[in-house]
Ligand binder design. Sequence first.
Ligand code: SF4
Length: 402
Amino acid sequence: MVKSTIPKYYIKQGVTIAKWHDWRWQLANNINTAEQLGAVANLPKSESKKLMALFAKLAEPGLDAVRLTPFLVSLIDWKNPTDPIRLQHIPSEAEFKPDRYALSKVWEQPKDFADGANRFIQQKYPDIILLRLASTCNAFCRFCFEKERTLRNSVRTAIGPIQFKKALETISAQKSVRQILISGGDPMIIPDQLLFHYLGEIIKIPHVSTIRLNTRALLHNPFRIDKKFVNTLAKIQADSWNIKGRERGVSIEIGVHFNHLNELSPEALNAIRSLRRAGIGVYNQTVLLKNINDNTEILTDLFRALRQENVRLHYLSHAMPVPGTAHLRTSVATGQKIMRELRQKKEFRGQLPHFETSHFTGKQIVPENFNDDFKLVKTKHGLEIHFLSDITGKIEIQPDVE
Ligand code: SF4
């Protein structure tokens, strides 16, 4: 377990524990320049200089911005160049290497959006509507498949009242919709009052049975999960059972995203425990990342710790083919091997996450071995996965790693 301590830089500035524990202070003091990062992390001059050159390149329009919370920076072991949190959040020269990936082929397809160019209401499956209420995050992950919306910030910033009304109408009109997934950017960036207003409106729709909030706040800014937040969430969940016209209540679940045991700070564990104590379900999604967690023992440690906290293991995701992330992607065959090895460990029987690959047509569960419906094909473009999609019923293609 990695412990965070307030960096000396902030102590010298008179930052108190109360401020450090305030999620709004963490947000307001976001780090996005190499100069700030060098000072907070107390980096040697040579390293700061390298980062300055890198950040200057990233300042070009259309490239991927850096955003870090002071808390996140405090979790990194700066003496370790392969620190897993560092590799996920600090940019590297490898991001500039040309690759064959295109953002347009990642996840967001114009036809999936019920509100056209506004792009807040996305639907790939008849029973799930994905609401994108925010377009930024507490901190940015370099591998983010939403980077057009987050790191590149080229899509509008946050949903407004008119678009939210349209979202409610779309959900109400579709009786097949059971789940509302609120995801990327990070919904925890939204102020309490507004977020609770959105949730309070969604629970009034009788056919909605589950609301899932996907967040990386427990890693980036765990103070977000404060007492008021947890109590209000639990109240909204309880109130949903008493709404006229509803047969049953709504389950509100928090989808956390941990990729390595080092991310389970005491503050993150406190947040998980307070959610669980309040009766809020917590599930985890892990992205398989090269040199970070593409190893059975690393994932065993993470999954075991999460199970000990009663966190459901939801997905292990093959990293998406996102531009600038080739150095972080590992092959689908590596994921299959890890899944086979995890299955052999009796402690995970019946509790393993699904290994999935996200494609712009939807998520596809990866079998533990290649077969006729899920195979690796060598083409002139490089290695590709060809699979019979559960969603389209057709063969779909995704670039894989050589
Ligand atoms: S928190 Fe999630 S949506 Fe935000 S940058 Fe990280 S992966 Fe992307």
